[in-house]
Design a protein around this ligand. Structure first.
Ligand code: FAD
Length: 486
C-alpha cells in the first residue's frame, strides 16, 4: 500500500525537524522519514554546539545569510521549546602580533554580514574575561552574539513539537528512490512506499545522493570528519566563552568551548574521508586536537578527558548551502550541504523552507498549532523542595539510575514514552543524559536496558545501543525461564 502525504521530509537532523515543526503551523499532512533507528543520527548529534555570530562566512553566501538570521532566532525558539541555550559570547584569539591584523578582516567581514556586537579586545581584557587562556593571547575578536546550545536537545525538541502538532515520524526508513508521480513524487523507502506533493531533502551527508536522484543540477558531498575530547565537569566555568583560533580554509579551527551541560569540548579536526558515516576517532586525530587546543589552553588536564567522539560534516563542492526548490524538479526542495554553521542556521532554514512550501501548496494555517514544548523535568536541576514534590507526584523520581548525571527512572520512562521517544540506550542518553557522565554508562546501562524492555515489551537480547545491529547483550547465561539460585 502506498501512503499519501502533502509533504515528505527526508532526514531527521536539526534541519529536517525544524522544517517539520515550522510546516506543522499549516494544515498539511506531513511525514518525516529517517533512515537510522532514531532522529538526530548525523551531524546534529556530533558537533561543537556553537551558535555562531556569523563573522566567518563569506558575505553574500547562504551560509552568511542563514547564520545571521538563525542566530537572532535562538532566544525565542529555545524558550518556546525549553532547550538549554546560553549567549556566552565567542572570542577569536590571535596568539602572535603578526596575526593580529587578521582579526580586523574578520570584524569587517562580520559587519558586512550584519553581525552586531563585534569588537577587538586587547590582552588585558582577554585575561580579565578568560584567566585560564594562554598568556600568549595578544588580541581577540569578541563576538557578543555567539552562544552555546544543546544540539540534540534542540533537534529532539523540534521533533516532539512537530509530532504534537500532527507530523508523522518513521524511523528505520531509508529513502532509496524518488520518481515523478502525477503532479508530485513517488518515494520508495525501506519502510514502504509513499507519495507526496512535495519532497524536502534534509539528508545531511547523503543530501547529494537524494538530490542527484531527481535533478540534473547535481552537487557532491565530501565527508569531512571532526574529532573531539570532552573534559569532565570538574572544569565547569574554566572558560566562559567559546575560544576560537584564527580560521583556516578547512574550517574554524580547534577550539575550547564550554557546553550547556557544564563539560568542556576541545576540537574538532577537519579531515576529508571516504566513508560518509565513519565516526571513528583516531590516535592521529586526537593528537592533533590536543596539540591544537594546547595553544589556547597550555596545561590541558588530559586525565580529565571523559571520552572522545567524532562527527562528519557534509562539505559540499559548491562550498555553500543549497537551499530551495531545485530549478528542474518542481516541488522538490533541498536543504543540502548544510555543514557548519548549519546548527545555527537551522531555525532560519526551517522557517524559510516551510513558508516557501506552504505558499507553493497554498496551505491554510493550522488552527491547533501549539509552538510550546515542555522539557522533561530534570532531577539534577531541581532544588531539594522541588525534588520532594517530584517524588511525591511520581515515586520513580526517587530511583536514581545514572549516578554521574543524577538521572532518575522517571526521566528515562518519560524519554521513552514521549512522541518520537527513545528506543535505544543512546536514544535515552540524548534525551536525558543517562550515560553521558564520567563513567560513560558503565553503571547505568543494565538498568536502562531493563526500563527500555519494560516500556517497549522488548526481550533483553533485542535491546540496542543505537541501531538494530548494535545489540548490547549476546545471550542468556541461563535458560530464560530458569531460576539459577532456586
Ligand atoms: C564536526 C562538526 C562540527 C560542527 N559544529 C557546528 C557548530 O558549532 N555550530 C553550527 O552551527 N554548526 C556546526 N556544525 C554543522 C551542523 O552540525 C550541521 O550543519 C547540522 O547539524 C546539519 O543538520 P542536518 O539536519 O542538515 O543534517 P544531519 O544532522 O546530518 O541529518 C541528516 C539526517 O538525514 C538522515 N538520512 C540520510 N540519508 C537518508 C535517507 N536516504 N533516508 C532517510 N534519512 C536519511 C541521516 O540519518 C540524518 O539523521 C558542525 C558539524 C560537524 C560535523
Amino acid at each position: 500500500m502506498t501512503l499519501k502525504y502533502d509533504v515528505l521530509i527526508i532526514g531527521g537532523g536539526v534541519v529536517g525537524c525544524a522544517v517539520a515543526r515550522e510546516l506543522s503551523r499549516r494544515r498539511l499532512r506531513i511525514i518525516l522519514l529517517e533512515k537510522s533507528s532514531d532522529i538526530c543520527a548525523g551531524q546534529s548529534r556530533a558537533n561543537t554546539a556553537i551558535v555562531h555570530g556569523g563573522y566567518d562566512a563569506e558575505p553574500g553566501t547562504l551560509k552568511a545569510k542563514y547564520n545571521v538570521a538563525g542566530n537572532t532566532m535562538f532566544g525565542r525558539v529555545c524558550s518556546e521549546l525549553e532547550v538549554p541555550y546560553r549567549r556566552n559570547g565567542s572570542l577569536v584569539v590571535s596568539f602572535s602580533e603578526s596575526d593580529d591584523p587578521k582579526l580586523g578582516g574578520l570584524l569587517a567581514r562580520g559587519e558586512k554580514n550584519g553581525v552586531s556586537g563585534l569588537s577587538i579586545i586587547g590582552a588585558e581584557e582577554i585575561r580579565r574575561r578568560e584567566p585560564h587562556l594562554s598568556k600568549a593571547a595578544s588580541k581577540a575578536l569578541l563576538v557578543e552574539s555567539g552562544g552555546i546550545v544543546c544540539p540534540y536537545g534542540l533537534t529532539i525538541a523540534y521533533a516532539e513539537n512537530a509530532a504534537r502538532n500532527g507530523v508523522t515520524f518513521i524511523r528505520n526508513a531509508a529513502v532509496t528512490g524518488i520518481k515523478k508521480w502525477r503532479d508530485g513524487w513517488h518515494i520508495s523507502a525501506t519502510a514502504g512506499d509513499f507519495t507526496a506533493d512535495a519532497v524536502v531533502n534534509c539528508a545531511g551527508v547523503h543530501s547529494d545522493e537524494i538530490n542527484n536522484m531527481v535533478s540534473e543540477e547535481k552537487f557532491y558531498i565530501t565527508p569531512r570528519r571532526g574529532e573531539y575530547y570532552i573534559v569532565d565537569k570538574k572544569y565547569t566555568g574554566y572558560f566562559n566563552s567559546a575560544i576560537f583560533q584564527l580560521p583556516t580554509k578547512m574550517g574554524k579551527g580547534i577550539l575550547v568551548a564550554p557546553t550547556v551541560d557544564g563539560t568542556l569540548l576541545i576540537g574538532p579536526t577537519a579531515e576529508d574521508i571516504d566513508e560518509r558515516e565513519d565516526t571513528r576517532t583516531t590516535r592521529f586525530g586526537l593528537d592533533k586536537v590536543l596539540a591544537g587546543a594546547s595553544i589556547s589552553w597550555e596545561d590541558i588536564p588530559t586525565r580529565a578527558f571523559i571520552t572522545s567522539f567524532a562527527g562528519v560534516r557534509a562539505h559540499c563542492d559548491r562550498d555553500d548551502f543549497i537551499i530551495g526548490e531545485a530549478p528542474d524538479a518542481e516541488l522538490f526542495f533541498n536543504a543540502g550541504g548544510v555543514e557548519s554553521p548549519g546548527l545555527t542556521s537551522a531555525p532560519a532554514i526551517g522557517c524559510y523552507l516551510a513558508e516557501l512550501i506552504a505558499e507553493r501548496l497554498s496551505a491554510a494555517d493550522n488552527p491547533c498549532f501549539d509552538p510550546t514544548r515542555r522539557a522533561i523535568p530534570s532531577f539534577r536541576e531541581m532544588t531539594n523542595v522541588e525534588r520532594a514534590r517530584a517524588i511525591a507526584a511520581n515515586p520513580d523520581y526517587a530511583k536514581v539510575v545514572c549516578r554521574c548525571e543524577n538521572v532518575t527512572e522517571a526521566e528515562i520512562r518519560q524519554a521513552i514514552r514521549r512522541p518520537v521517544g527513545a528506543r535505544t540506550t543512546d536514544g535515552v542518553k540524548l534525551r536525558v543524559r543517562a550515560g553521558m557522565g564520567r563513567c560513560q554508562a558503565g553503571f547505568c546501562t543494565p538498568r536502562t536496558i531493563g526500563i527500555l524492555c519494560e516500556e517497549l515489551g522488548l526481550d533483553p537480547l533485542e535491546a540496542a545501543k543505537s541501531s538494530g545491529a548494535s545489540r548490547l547483550l549476546s545471550h542468556y547465561l541461563f535458560e530464560k525461564e530458569a531460576k539459577p539460585h532456586a
